[in-house]
Ligand binder design. Structure first.
Ligand code: NIG
Ligand code: FE
Length: 380
């Protein structure tokens, strides 16, 4: 039993309603990785170990609830072509699938570890990782096994796209049958790319089939929806009790009302709009309707190759008119809700002592200092 005291916290954001906002000049004690005391500097109890942060701001470690971090290959040329005017269609996913299938476990593990370390260095302390670049039983299973080595938040995304040259109905039967059976023991969640506008993604009926099969296999549900155009993703997610619908770029009033008051979080991924030069989701409309909003990176080789949650916060504030407080909440507590976790995303008593330590006097600098690596993750 080791008690670790952290002092010299210039500003501490806990999301604890008891405090009614950030604390100034605070200290925190963690016992075996769990927050057991938070309060003003000078009133802290004795501890075995002590770290002084010299006035840094501390916020809950970021919860990145949506990533595709296990893959091989590179799509910088696709990005460059897009910046010269080509639209994003999802067609490049096949390039990553080919490279991923050909990669060894060691190569994939090395790449994954490097990306997780990069995210941690930028303040992320909880990360969800999806499969979806295997699209055959063996590779999907391999990707989830590797993902499980770095996180408990693993997501089976066999229904990412229909692989080129494969019959849709046959692929759907594979995903909901043998692939799901092989992958379910390695995953906490299942996800589907529900996008009727895309010929390679799944329409509402197909997505429902995937999600219902996954629920029967005991998995929690998540949906990629409403990214490229209007569609049934958001309402399907609500109807089936999914934890989150992610992207939410194109929503109708009915979608927003369905999300409001539901248990489904709207996860916004502004790095995708940034990197595909697309219109940003209307975050204000969701927040003003009372929808629980999360921010995540969607880090993947196609639509957003960034693990930086501070960048997502800066984009949310600059491009989606979220306040800094809303954006920080969405990147921490919102992400935790999107993963149905109550032990992360905040620093109330009993939470995991997962911190993002900022080389800055206040959390506002997360948006005010875009592109500057001021945050680092610290798990006590
Ligand atoms: O979340 N939209 C579908 N899947 C990913 C992109 C995958 C890729 O292009 O490699 C996304 O944006
Ligand atoms: Fe994604």
């Amino acid at each position: 039993m080791t008690a670790h005291l952290v002092t010299g916290i210039g500003e501490l954001v806990t999301h604890d309603p008891r405090f009614g906002g950030p604390l100034r000049d605070a200290a925190l004690v963690a016992q075996d990785g769990v927050v057991v005391w938070v309060g003003p500097s000078g009133e802290e109890p004795a501890a075995d170990a002590r770290t002084d942060l010299g006035g840094a701001a501390v916020v809950p470690g970021f919860v990145d609830s949506h990533t595709h971090l296990v893959f091989a290959g590179d799509r910088a040329a696709e990005f460059e072509a897009r910046m010269s005017g080509l639209p994003y269609t999802g067609g490049g996913i096949a390039t990553t699938v080919a490279a991923t299938r050909a990669a060894s476990d060691d190569d994939l593990r090395r790449r994954l570890a490097a990306l997780v370390a990069e995210a941690r260095a930028l303040g992320t302390t909880t990360v969800e990782v999806k499969s979806g670049y295997g699209l055959d039983v063996d590779t999907e299973q391999r990707l989830l096994r590797l993902a499980r080595e770095v996180t408990t938040e693993t997501t089976f995304l066999g229904a990412h796209v229909v692989p080129p040259g494969t019959d849709r109905a046959e692929y759907l039967a594979l995903v909901t049958g043998p692939m799901l059976a092989a992958c379910a023991p390695l995953a906490r969640w299942a996800d589907v790319f529900c996008e009727p506008a895309s010929p390679i993604a799944f329409d509402g009926d197909e997505a429902r089939e995937v999600l219902e099969a996954a629920a029967r296999a005991g998995l929690g549900l998540r949906v990629h929806g409403n990214q490229l155009g209007h569609g049934p993703g958001a309402q399907l997610a609500v109807e089936l009790g999914a934890a989150s619908v992610d992207h939410c770029t194109y929503l109708t009033d009915d979608d927003v009302s369905a999300l409001a008051g539901s248990g489904t979080v709207a996860t916004l991924l502004p790095g995708v709009e940034f990197s595909t030069r697309s219109p940003y989701p209307d975050a204000r409309r969701l927040l003003d309707a009372g929808v629980e909003v999360a921010l995540a990176s969607d880090c993947n080789p196609g639509t957003c190759f960034s693990t930086s949650m501070p960048l997502m916060i800066a984009l949310a504030v600059r491009e989606m008119r979220m306040t800094v407080t809303e954006a920080l909440r969405a990147a921490t507590l919102g992400g935790a809700r999107a993963l149905r976790r109550d032990d992360v995303g905040h620093l109330r008593l009993g939470a995991r002592a997962d911190l993002a330590v900022l080389d800055a006097p206040t959390h506002r600098h997360l948006a005010y200092r875009p592109g500057v690596p001021i945050a680092r993750g610290l798990r006590l």
